[in-house]
Write a new protein. Structure first.
Length: 317
């Protein structure tokens, strides 16, 4: 963990110094939540930590670690390329789907059930894009990834738990550069690495968890998935170009009124509550667990709707 934290911090600082010379700057604009030019690509350290972890696991003979590392390399390379010069959405999606195939092959080699293999494939593009969408205000993407990794580590063993701990340490190495005011953004390389590593942890958690308890694993991801999913659904229904940058996510609208740190803390508090619910619901009868899971996801949806309605009433763009 110490090595992961130091590698992440050193790489983040290196990118922060390199990015302005390479033109890797996020400029303020009507579809941005920041007010000053800010270097991007600082999350490359998270990708390096993940690649190092997979290399160690492969050397130790962990089944599927090489395929997992290949998937991470694909999404991280596409993200780094996009941070340097815009990459067409089709190429990014292709990299994500190929990375999903890599994770599916890794889970198959680890003798996971067919349903876990399929869910692992689907999780990659879903979580990579979800974390890309929330990398818009200071501290949000990395803090949410840290909390989700902590939650998923609770049910993992051996290499899976060490991967979760390495991701937690990598986030801790990056966050001092991103809060309370960002000196560097994670960028596509960072958000893609965070999403992919969480997809790996989710796949391993599904393999380790009884199928009847799988829905509970969605709770730590609820804050991110509800905001991104419902926002994109609303944009699609409005026939908007949902893949383009915008300021319609709930966290973005709140950030304009409350500031970045308060919004990041609100999301962290909700995710912490989700983790507590997940742990508690693991101990109750399955019918109660499903009811509690549904209630929490329903409450998350209601809070999103209420927050959007209130932001609209207050005229927050």
């Amino acid at each position: 963990m110490a090595a992961s934290l130091l590698l992440s911090a050193a790489a983040t600082e290196g990118v922060r110094r390199f990015a302005p010379r390479a033109g890797m700057l996020d400029l303020p604009g009507p579809r941005r939540s920041h007010g000053v030019p800010t270097p991007r690509g600082g999350g490359a350290g998270v990708a390096l930590v993940g690649l190092a972890a997979f290399a160690v696991f492969a050397w130790l003979g962990s089944a599927g670690a090489g395929w997992m590392g290949a998937g991470l390399l694909l999404v991280a390379a596409a993200g780094w390329r996009d941070d340097r010069r815009p990459l067409a959405p089709g190429w990014r999606l292709a990299a994500q789907l190929l990375a999903g195939v890599c994770l599916a092959l890794a889970l198959a080699r680890a003798q996971a059930a067919p349903a876990v293999v399929v869910l692992g494939f689907v999780a990659v593009p879903v979580l990579v894009n979800a974390w890309n969408f929330i990398d818009g205000i200071d501290g949000l993407a990395a803090s949410q990834a840290l909390l989700c990794a902590l939650a998923l580590a609770w049910g993992l063993q051996e290499a899976g738990r060490w991967l979760a701990l390495a991701l937690i340490a990598a986030c801790l190495g990056f966050l001092p550069f991103n809060v309370p005011r960002a000196r560097v953004f994670a960028g596509d390389v960072g958000s893609s690495a965070l999403g992919y590593l969480l997809a790996c942890l989710l796949g391993l958690a599904l393999q380790a968890c009884p199928p009847a308890r799988w829905p509970l694993l969605a709770l730590p991801l609820a804050a991110v998935l509800v905001d991104t999913g419902l926002t994109l659904l609303r944009r699609i229904l409005r026939r908007e170009r949902w893949w383009q940058p915008h300021l319609q996510h709930l966290y973005q609208r709140w950030a304009r009124a409350l500031g970045h740190p308060r919004v990041t803390l609100r999301y962290a508090a909700w995710t912490a509550l989700a983790i507590a619910c997940m742990v508690w619901l693991q101990t109750v009868p399955i019918a109660w667990a499903y009811g509690g899971c549904g209630a929490f996801l329903g409450a998350s949806t209601w809070l999103w709707w209420r927050g959007q309605a209130r932001a609209g009433a207050e005229g927050v763009a």
